[in-house]
Write a protein that binds this ligand. Structure first.
Ligand SMILES: [Fe+2]
Ligand SMILES: [Fe+2]
Length: 259
């Protein structure tokens, strides 16, 4: 009996030992996973802050407010969500769209900030900014920076092929570029610029509609009009860099909200 009891106890001890070891391994694994997730989050935050600061640097050269790029990000996110982009693509669009004009870093200030009309030579120089932006980032291994390059390259292309730099047409223009061009024009219209006063929300939306099928992808314009309420919320919100980064850090689920 003693032998059997001893054998049973030994078996139980071994099982207990294995269970304890498994618990410790699981704890270690969970901790490593949490550490990795934290490090990953930190890298993404730094990456996105760097991108936003670069975008703001480019925007200041253009004498517009830094908030333009944040609204571009917000509008693009809403339009991209309504189009049905995947979570990954929506995130790329959200954080790459502020950089659409990053190539303006390579354009002289005296042209960018000229208050009057540009002469044809100056226009030719301005029209180089999409290619400058593309060249800055298209070789990057980062999907986010690749998206920046794609948006920088295509945000002045037009649906009918009359845009620049390549005169690319229709759906050959990357979807991100087709989205950003709509919201970029809309936001420029409804805000004051050094060369014009702000148009009303309705005037801006009507103008976007009037360019459907010529300058803009008609399907995207229809969706933009359909989400007018969301567009108006962004138009009325006073977006700021501090709030935008705060939103990113604390409420990232807003980006992935379920419809
Ligand atoms: Fe541009
Ligand atoms: Fe812009």
């Amino acid at each position: 009996m003693a032998y059997i009891r001893g054998s049973k106890d030994g078996e139980g001890d071994r099982r207990e030992e294995v269970r304890r070891r498994d618990d410790i391994d699981l704890e270690k694994l969970q901790q490593a996973h949490a550490d990795l997730a934290e490090a990953h989050k930190h890298i993404r935050e730094s990456h996105i802050e760097m991108i936003l600061n670069l975008a703001i640097a480019a925007e200041y050269k253009d004498a517009d407010t830094g908030n333009h790029i944040l609204r571009i990000s917000d509008y693009s996110t809403e339009l991209g969500r309504a189009v049905g982009l995947s979570k990954e693509d929506l995130e790329l669009l959200r954080y790459a769209s502020p950089m659409h004009d990053i190539g303006k870093i390579g354009i002289p200030d005296k042209i960018l900030q000229k208050p009057g009309k540009l002469d044809p030579d100056e226009w030719e120089i301005i029209k180089k900014h999409p290619l400058i932006g593309w060249r800055m980032f298209h070789n990057s291994s980062s999907p986010l920076l690749k998206a920046v390059a794609q948006i920088a390259l295509t945000h002045h292309e037009k649906w009918d092929g009359s845009g620049y730099p390549h005169g690319t047409k229709g759906k050959d223009i990357h979807l991100f570029g087709r989205i950003v061009t709509i919201v970029d024009v809309f936001d420029a219209l409804v805000n004051k610029r050094c060369y014009k006063d702000a148009w009303s929300f309705e005037q801006g939306l009507d103008h976007v509609k009037s360019l459907s099928g010529t300058q803009f992808d008609p399907e995207l314009v229809a969706i933009f009009v359909k989400i007018e309420k969301d567009v108006r919320n962004i138009y009325n919100a006073n977006q700021s860099i501090a709030k935008y980064i705060d939103d990113f850090k604390t409420a990232e689920e807003a980006l992935h909200k379920v419809e």
